[in-house]
Design a protein around this ligand. Structure first.
Ligand code: AMP
Length: 280
């Protein structure tokens, strides 16, 4: 596996692969990799000829400095994991190279960035859309893979790719979970053993909601109450939002009629976790 830290060198590498008619698959990450990330890399390998993974803890998408400061990092471990699944390139830029003095251009995807996480993390999706735009211009992929665990991010990126005519395909992949149901996340490493146990109420709440919908319940208010009641059983967990929304527009829905996104965010101690599922 080649490790590239310079933007210019990454662009040259990709230009060379494109001249060889190789399909470049790209997985952007913030590192501290787990099976969720690796599932994207494996799919990238399956669909492309070469796969590039970036690790960049993007400062401009963190709305809280403490979250940025405590975000888990272990590049050496990440490198070994990526090497073990035959990643072609690890792109590892420095913040000073991505955002040199004078940097002032950002990308704002308007409506779909506003609800859900956007309502609680001002500037977050602007930071995401901006760094993903930069990474697309640096890595020049034919396809880019994203996880549905960050469902709103997938919607924002798809909208951006369509609106700005990026010549690439976006592929989204299902959420990978721990055996007990917790959605894998780099931030899980920050949970104490007791918090780790409490955080199981999130995936349990999603399952309960799926169950009541299977039994015929359609009213959002009733379904969301089931979710809130399940999370309320864990006093260490503070719900930030639980919403039923149209999975394409992310607008709230009053009833489940067709595929509906159930998305939630909650604080477990100092750690903010998100999870979601599609109710049918
Ligand atoms: P992150 O490093 O958290 O920015 O995530 C990088 C990519 O991995 C994003 O596209 C995420 O949606 C995806 N991802 C994170 N956690 C999971 C998971 N549990 N299952 C599938 N994809 C994930």
């Amino acid at each position: 596996m080649e490790i590239i830290t310079s933007i210019r060198e990454m662009q040259r590498w990709s230009e060379a692969r494109r001249r060889e008619r190789k399909i470049i698959a790209f997985v952007p990450t913030m590192g501290f990799l787990h099976e969720g990330h690796l599932s994207l890399v494996r799919e990238g390998k399956r669909r492309g000829d070469v796969v590039v993974v970036s690790i960049f803890v993007n400062p401009i998408q963190f709305n809280q400095p403490s979250d940025f400061a405590t975000y888990p990092r272990n590049v050496e471990q990440d490198r070994r994991m990526l090497e073990a699944i035959a990643t072609d390139v690890l792109f590892l830029p420095e913040a000073a190279e991505m955002y040199p003095p004078g940097f002032q251009t950002t990308v704002e995807v308007e409506t779909v960035s506003r609800p859900l996480c956007g309502a609680f993390r001002p500037g977050h999706f602007r930071g995401v859309a901006t760094v993903v735009t930069k990474l697309f211009n640096i890595v020049k992929p034919h396809l880019a893979l994203f996880g549905e665990k960050d469902f709103q991010q997938c919607v924002v990126i798809r909208r951006m790719v369509q609106d700005l005519n990026f010549d690439l395909e976006i592929i989204t992949m299902p959420t990978v979970r721990e055996p007990d149901g917790l959605a894998m996340s780099s931030r899980n490493a920050r949970l104490s053993p007791a918090e780790r146990q409490s955080s199981l109420c999130l995936s349990r709440a999603l399952r309960k909601a799926q169950e009541v919908v299977r039994q015929g319940e359609r009213r959002s208010a009733v379904i969301l109450q089931v979710v809130r009641d399940e999370i309320a059983k864990e006093p260490q967990v503070r719900i930030e939002y639980a919403t039923l929304a149209n999975p394409e527009t992310l607008e709230d829905v009053a009833e489940v009629a067709g595929p509906t996104l159930l998305a939630l965010a909650a604080w477990v101690g100092e750690v903010r976790l998100i999870d979601n599922c599609i109710l049918q």
